[in-house]
Write a protein that binds this ligand. Structure first.
Ligand SMILES: C[S@@+](CC[C@H](N)C(=O)[O-])C[C@H]1O[C@@H](n2cnc3c(N)ncnc32)[C@H](O)[C@@H]1O
Length: 282
């Protein structure tokens, strides 16, 4: 008999624990023991635990069953239908942190649950955080994660969501926008295909529609010398970089093999663009 974790106020006897582990294992959960412990530690009653086990056995991702995930060491609320933050995106956070200064205005574009913005706000001394997403469920979820950190969350298509007062005042834009090519969505793992919204994954024919739009309009929202950081894949990295170059950014690409993470960083020139330069880039 044992109780696990803070929320547990019931005893999970060995027999029940073993039967839960077996159920999860039979359903294909590779880490059945760890999941059992986590579910028990986050659940207040045996009835609720069994209910959650059934949801997990039906295939629902663990993060949705629990209602949260861990990202950069933080507990991030995620509700069903909102993209589950990936470990590789911690590299994007790391890169953005290195470029952010105290009192910077930071925008988490395509914020989903707001995990990226939350990690930046929690890991830096003082920033003015804004976040936006097109999906009302994501905006609801991000509001829960970011309002307590002083963030403001808006709903709408990319920069259209933002108040005009932010134009030309943002120091850092950080974006994990959808970048899976439409035809490749069907090849994603089952949990992503079945449970995450297609709009959170599908980046259009070559996966880069959102990269094009974010790069094109991003310059208007940044201060001179400001940065737009965007997550991409190793395969698409060169194309994302080219999109940035064509849109007029000073660019670089960074990669972490361990996380299999690729980020393109665009910097807005401090020199004003020549009128013909703007013309050439259209
Ligand atoms: C891959 S998810 C990433 C979410 C979050 N940044 C993260 O890393 O956990 C992409 C997000 O972009 C949002 N999105 C898709 N198209 C958008 C658009 N046109 N404008 C704003 N957000 C959009 C989706 O709703 C989804 O939440």
């Amino acid at each position: 008999m044992r109780g696990i974790g803070q929320k547990t106020n019931f005893f999970l006897d060995n027999k029940t624990e073993k039967s839960i582990i077996n159920k999860l294992r039979d359903a294909g959960c590779v880490f059945a023991e760890e999941e059992t412990q986590l579910l028990a530690s986050e659940t207040g009653s045996i009835e609720e635990l069994m209910n959650r086990v059934e949801k997990r056995v039906s295939g629902l991702p663990l993060e949705y069953v629990l209602g949260f995930t861990k990202f950069c060491g933080l507990r991030i609320e995620v509700e069903q239908g909102v993209f589950i933050p990936r470990r590789r995106t911690e590299f994007l956070v790391q890169q953005a942190k290195a470029l952010t200064r105290p009192n910077d205005v930071v925008l988490d574009l395509c914020c989903g649950s707001g995990a990226v913005g939350a990690a930046l706000a929690a890991g830096l001394t003082k920033i003015f955080l804004h976040a936006s997403d097109i999906d009302p469920a994501a905006v609801r979820c991000a509001s829960r994660n970011l309002t307590k950190l002083g963030g403001h969350v808006y709903q709408g298509d990319l920069y259209e969501a933002l108040p005009d007062s932010l134009r030309g005042r943002v120091n850092i834009i950080v974006a994990n926008a959808p970048y899976v090519p439409t035809d490749a969505v069907q090849l994603l793992p089952r949990e992503a295909r079945l449970y995450e919204p297609k709009a959170a994954l599908d980046g259009g024919k070559d996966g880069l529609d959102l990269h094009r739009s974010a790069a094109k309009a991003g310059l208007d929202w940044l201060v001179p010398g400001g940065h737009l950081l965007i997550e991409t894949s190793e395969m698409q990295g060169a194309k994302t970089l080219e999109i940035f170059v064509k849109a007029g950014w000073i660019t670089k690409i960074v990669r972490d093999e361990e996380w299999d993470a690729t980020v393109v960083i665009g910097t807005k020139s401090v020199e004003p663009l020549e009128p013909w330069g703007r013309f050439l880039r259209q």
